[in-house]
Structure formats: C-alpha cells, structure tokens
Design a protein around this ligand. Structure first.
Ligand code: UT7
Length: 336
C-alpha cells in the first residue's frame, strides 16, 4: 500500500463566555464549599454562557474563526466540518450545520456531528485525520463546543456533578502536512459500553411511548448523573494506557513527550496520570482551575492556550488524551 500523507494542525483557537462563576457563587446555590471543590477537583472558577449571546454553535464558530485565521484559511475553503458536542443547540439537526451557517460557509461542505462526550474532540480529530490522510479533503475544521450550565441541577442535590462542568469552545484546522515528519502521527480510539450509564444524561430518551410526557413527569432524569468514584477509577487506568499505546506505536518513551494535553476532568486525575507517566510539571498542561470540565471543548481550549502561551513549538511531541462518558477514551500523538 502506498504511504499515506500526514495531516497536521494548521491553526487552533478557543472561545469562552465572558461570565466567570467562582466557587463562592456556587456556595450560594448548593451545599458546597470553595475548599471542597478545590481540594477534590482543582477547580477555582468556570464560565457559564449568556442566554441570547452564546450558543453551542456560535461559540464553536468564535473558536473556529481564530483557528482559521491562524491557519490562513478562508471559511469558504473548509471542505468538511466535524463538530463534537454533548450539548447540541437542538435535538436535531446537529450543531455542525449551524456552525456552517454561522461562519457563512456556502460551499455545501459536509458537516458531521460527533457524540463522544469528553473524548469527542479527539474522536473528531481522528475523523478529520483520516479524511486528510487519504487525500479526500485538504481542509477540515474540527470543533468542540459545550454549554453545560443550562442543563445542570443547581440545587443542593446536584452538587456532586454541577460544580465540575463549565462552558466553552475550541477548534482546529486540519490540513496536509508539507514538512517531513510533521503532523498527527497516530490516533487511538476506544469505548466500553458496559459502563454507559455511569455518566449519563438519560432523557429525553427516544425509547418511551411518549417521551415528551415522560420528561414532564420525571424532571430529575433530565440532569446529568455521574458515579464519580467509578468514573475516576477507570479514568486513572485508561489515560496512561491510551497514552502509552500512542507512544509505543511510534517508538517513543514518556520522557520524549514535550507536552501532554489531557482532557481536563479533574486536577487529581491529571496529577495521577502525570506521576504514573513520570512527567515533569512543565510537560503537562492544566487549565481546569479556570474553566472546569468542558468535555469535548476541554482539549482544544487547553491546546489553544498552550500554543498561545508559547508552551508548544513546531517540532514538539504533543500528546492529546481523553476519557469520559460511554466509557470512551482516546489519544492522538502529534509532531507539532
Ligand atoms: O469528564 C470525564 C469524566 N469525569 C470524571 O473524570 C470525573 C471523575 N470523578 C471525580 O472527579 C470525582 O469523583 C468527583 C470530583 C466527582 C467527586 O470527588 P470524590 O472525591 O470522588 O467525592 P465523593 O463523590 O466520594 O464524595 C465525597 C463526599 C460525599 O459526602 P460523604 O458521603 O462522605 O458524607 C459527598 O456527598 O463529598 C460530598 N460531596 C460534596 N461536598 C461538597 C459531593 N459533592 C460535593 C460538593 N461539595 N460539590
């Protein structure tokens, strides 16, 4: 088989809503404390969207504009959109077509929505990589965008989940690499459906006689449920596993990694993974302190900030890794 070309990330950008919600504000809604949240998760504040200003699609579009600008690509030259979210604007259609409209893309390019929760962005990046590697497309826009805050239980019952999640968006432009050895080296995707209900928003499920009536009668099921301890237990196993899988496939050791960008699930999970991989502080990027867990948006927001802050340079070995609801987990190894 002929060697396929590599794809690379030509541009990256992010957008977060302007409203900052500190832990102290959550103390007024649910029986929680700044001390508990910081100690158990590392989170100090997160962003919540502004109704009438932010939507999942337009936040994604704001991030995408920055990524397109960095890549020097006109929106109408995008040949495919891959949009990862668990909080779409509508039940259907997906947010990809809304983003296409928002960006003024009139070339009728395909828009694909990906539903893999915290792993959504890495899954979406992998899809883009396949299309570019095979030569089908030259320019794929990959977006992760989430609005959690409108769907959280902000009463005391919701504290186990609601303190964690935040809103935001990130995007990358994937193009064929023109530099030998540069680009996405490999991606690795996994899932284990036996744990589907461990982190879930169950309703509105379609498998009801009358799902609309059902949600009116069972409002609590509309909120996310998480078996936090079990999710944590699996996360600290799967993160190192899927990172090692990427390194092994490409003949690298953990010490070769210049920057690990993990999905920002919990600072304690990241610290455990860092220790397990034997990585120094400067090689692991964390911004959960400021944004909480933004699921499909967390990896591209972190990647965008790391690039903006000069922490990733061309030629660096960068590893993206994620784990979340499904369970799903994934990694991507990139020669930047
Ligand atoms: O994004 C991808 C997937 N998500 C994750 O990876 C998240 C994984 N899980 C976690 O990050 C952690 O399990 C949590 C941060 C969600 C919870 O931390 P934990 O250390 O596992 O706490 P816990 O659920 O065992 O709860 C400990 C105590 C309980 O009280 P009792 O039973 O010991 O009296 C909880 O009721 O903390 C209580 N608690 C809270 N207290 C204050 C739970 N949530 C809160 C809260 N504020 N927000």
């Amino acid at each position: 088989m002929a060697t396929l070309r590599h794809s690379y990330i030509a541009g990256v950008g992010h957008y977060v809503p302007s409203r900052v919600v500190k832990n102290a504000e959550l103390e007024t809604m649910m029986n929680t404390s700044d001390a508990w949240i910081q100690e158990r998760t590392g989170i100090q504040e997160r962003r919540w969207f502004e109704e009438g200003t932010d939507t999942t699609a337009n936040m994604g579009a704001n991030a995408a504009r920055k990524a397109l600008e960095m890549a020097g690509v006109d929106a109408n030259d995008v040949q495919m959109i891959v949009f990862a979210t668990l909080s779409p604007d509508y039940f259907f259609p997906g947010s990809g077509v809304l983003l296409q409209r928002e960006l003024g893309i009139t070339n009728n390019c395909p828009a694909l929505d990906v539903r893999n929760q915290c792993s959504g962005f890495v899954y979406a990046l992998s899809v883009a990589d396949q299309f570019v590697r095979t030569g089908m497309y030259d320019t794929v826009l990959v977006v992760g965008s989430e609005i959690h805050s409108s769907g959280l239980d902000k009463s005391p019952e919701g504290r186990g989940v609601s303190v964690i999640f935040g809103d935001g968006a990130g995007a990358v432009v994937v193009r064929p690499s023109t530099t030998e050895g540069q680009g996405i080296l490999s991606t690795h995707l996994h899932s284990q459906g036996e744990f589907a209900e461990e982190l879930i928003v169950k309703e509105p499920g379609s498998n009801r006689d009358n799902r609309v009536q059902y949600i009116l009668d069972n409002q609590a099921d509309l909120y996310p449920y998480m078996n936090g301890q079990n999710v944590f237990k699996h996360a600290v196993v799967r993160f190192p596993q899927v990172i090692k899988e990427a390194l092994d496939q490409n003949g690298y050791q953990p010490q070769d990694v210049n920057m690990l960008i993990p999905h920002q699930a919990n600072l304690r999970i990241t610290q455990y993974v860092q220790q397990k991989m034997g990585l120094t502080d400067d090689k692991v990027f964390s911004n959960i302190q400021r944004y909480g867990n933004t699921t499909a948006a967390s990896v591209p927001i972190a990647l965008s900030e790391a690039v903006q802050e000069g922490k990733i340079k061309r030629g660096d070995l960068v590893c993206l890794a994620a784990f979340g609801s499904g369970f799903t987990w994934a990694s991507a190894l990139i020669k930047w």
